[in-house]
Design a protein around this ligand. Structure first.
Ligand SMILES: [Zn+2]
Length: 53
């Protein structure tokens, strides 16, 4: 039994059994997987390495 619903972390759409499982998350489509990767890459890029404070 799978009692809880999963949602695509990018667009928030319901992600059912046909969803794409990546990084322990469920994406509704390849487009969202790509967006997720882009977002992650950006976050990495935005964060200063080694922090100053
Ligand atoms: Zn999505």
């Amino acid at each position: 039994m799978f009692g809880f619903k999963k949602h695509c972390p990018i667009c928030g759409m319901d992600a059912d059994e046909s969803s794409i499982k990546r990084f322990r998350k469920h994406f509704c489509s390849n487009t969202c997987v790509e967006k997720y990767l882009e977002k992650k890459a950006k976050e990495k890029h935005d964060k200063p390495r080694g922090g100053c404070c």
